[in-house]
Design a protein around this ligand. Structure first.
Ligand SMILES: [Zn+2]
Length: 272
């Protein structure tokens, strides 16, 4: 599932390609992906101009020159494809936005994900956003706040980091990588972590999320034919998907286990 770096990579590409473009035509092939009837989506989106692209956790929010927001969540498989007027698209899609300039934006494999139309631009009024924990890259997400959040949590640290109500936007990959860099085993109880470990985890998590954003995350689905960014962080992964391969630091084979139902990759020597 895409996490903050992959979603932020998509957000940045949307920002670079569709802001200030006017929607000419909207096509929907699957009403179940939406929270409102098709007619309502068409009514509100056609002829509107995209003004802003925001992100909260794993949710991207499109805003327009109208008091509405279009939220979408990819869940496991969803992705976007942006095509020039000369390019053909043959895959299935659930939503297509055609701009007056001729480019088309396709929303694909949204079967587990969703696209929601909300009648406000105030994100604090939107339930899907209200339910999220803090975004780890927010300015007000401080080390002190992180420590305070962890104190009374008896859950294991790996599944806790992936709990979207606790912190928004971290999944399997970056919880594995952050815990490795911080030297913490994934099954440690959150409430038993020492202050120094919490501070290290805080700074390593933010560092790796930023580095991955700069390199385009670990996804393999390109946004457009000119996309040179997506997936550039994949060779940088230290433990994820490396079961049995030698740890880059100590040479011990990387371990894999299900921890709290989640896929944990870790080094039994570098992590304690
Ligand atoms: Zn190691």
């Amino acid at each position: 599932m895409p996490e903050i770096p992959e979603i932020e990579t998509v957000r940045r590409q949307l920002e670079a390609t569709i802001v200030n473009k006017q929607i000419k035509l909207v096509e929907i092939t699957r009403e179940k992906t939406f929270n409102v009837p098709i007619e309502e989506v068409l009514h509100h989106l056609e002829k509107t101009t995209v003004t802003r692209i925001l992100r909260r956790g794993k949710i991207i929010i499109l805003q327009f020159n109208q008091p509405i927001s279009l939220l979408f969540h990819f869940m496991l498989e969803g992705y976007l494809k942006y095509l020039n007027p000369t390019e053909e698209f043959e895959k299935n899609y659930q939503l297509m936005l055609e701009f007056t300039t001729g480019e088309k934006l396709y929303f694909c494999k949204m079967y587990l994900g969703y696209i929601h139309l909300e009648m406000t631009t105030d994100l604090d009024q939107i339930t899907e956003i209200q339910e999220l924990g803090p975004d780890p890259l927010d300015i007000d997400f401080t080390a002190a706040k992180f420590q305070q959040m962890l104190t009374r949590r008896r859950k294991m640290i790996k599944p806790l980091l992936m709990d979207q109500d606790f912190i928004a936007g971290i999944g399997n990959t970056y919880s594995n990588e952050g815990l490795f860099l911080a030297g913490i085993l994934p099954d440690r109880k959150a409430s038993e972590l020492q202050t120094g470990e919490i501070q290290k985890l805080y700074s390593k998590l933010r560092q790796i999320l930023r580095e991955s954003i700069n390199l385009g995350g670990v996804r393999d689905t390109a946004y457009s034919s000119s996309d040179q960014l997506t997936g550039g962080f994949t060779p940088e992964l230290k433990v994820s998907y490396r079961e049995g391969e030698p740890c880059y630091v100590c040479g011990t084979p990387i371990s894999y286990a299900k921890i709290g139902g989640r896929n944990a990759f870790y080094c039994t020597v570098c992590q304690h």
